[in-house]
Design a protein around this ligand. Sequence first.
Ligand code: MLT
Length: 398
Amino acid sequence: MKLGLKPNANYGNLKDSYLFFGISKKVTAYRAGHPDLPLYRLGIGDVSRPLCDAVIKALHDAVDDQARKESFHGYVPECGIPEFRSAAAGYYARRGVTPDPEEIFVSSGASDELGDILDLFDPSSPALIMQPAYPAYVDASVMAGRRTLFLAAGPENDFLPMPPDHTEAELIYLCSPNNPTGAVYSLEQLQAWVDYANRHGAVILFDAAYEAFAEGDMPHSIFETKGAETCAIEICSLSKTAGFTGTRLGYTVIPKALERNGMNLNAMWVRNRTTKTNGVSYILQKGGIAAFSEEGLKQIRENILIYKQNAKVLTEALDSADVRYWGGKNAPYVWMQCPKGMKSWDFFDLLLHEIQVIGTPGEGFGACGEGFFRLSSFGDPEETKIAADRLRKLLANL
Ligand code: MLT
């Protein structure tokens, strides 16, 4: 008898292709038909600045370590080399948050971790995702067969919805500074979410990938609130903070005090990582340690200021065309209203075909994103200026 292996039927509930994969296919097709036209990329949030000198030097040194018997490393600890975990803890300490290094786990980046971390939770626990949202939250939940409830974010709440009176959701996704809207929760607002989660026994998955863009009093971490250690996991990345999108490195904080039904989530993640990974490359972790050094932090800040200046160039173009937008100040994303009530994919096509500017249609971040459009400030400054100028002219003539 032939036995048929059953594939994961949840995949049948996904959209045909992942948002950025689908956009990249559209752009490739356009490029094939217009090979001579330059394209201006304000789409996926991929960095354009190279890794800073302090990181590059550390990576080179680490490669040399691997060339010598006395400094060579084989397997490294799965949850992170102690020096990396301490360096990340030191980064938190600058803001008065003091995780134990053993509460910090190295990762290959936030997007990988946002899917992997779901292993800690029973698939029957529903998730609450505010929309518009980074599409990987929804897709990873769908793949796991998890029921998802949505919380609408929109102009009426400045894209910062607050806890509902009641929800059955046991897992709550929060992202601040937010992708895609650029909105950022104040400390008081985050405190309200933490109090809600503690009251209801929910766990917050806090995506802090864009924390380095928060300014002034805006919180960088959910652990700046009181009581987050009993209800939150924070997922962080060096991708946007330090230009590691192509290098892949991140870290996740799981407090030792976080328990549900008598099970300790920090201990469970140690069990998971030591089983499912052999850790992250020694070389990359050395690069991460350098990013957290005094010199590294100074250099990565310079890159962030360049991206912030790009955001300013984009928002000035929108101001001059009298277009409403959010974000761009505490976040690398500018979230604009599509002009003339246009649908977001129509606006995407218009920008691509008329001015060769690539952005991201709001609908790709969920139904609540329809009618909006995301511009990324991670591009090259000169190209961003040209793109902003083209956008300003196109909007003025619509
Ligand atoms: C985005 O454009 O939303 C992000 O860059 C995608 C990612 O970080 O995976």
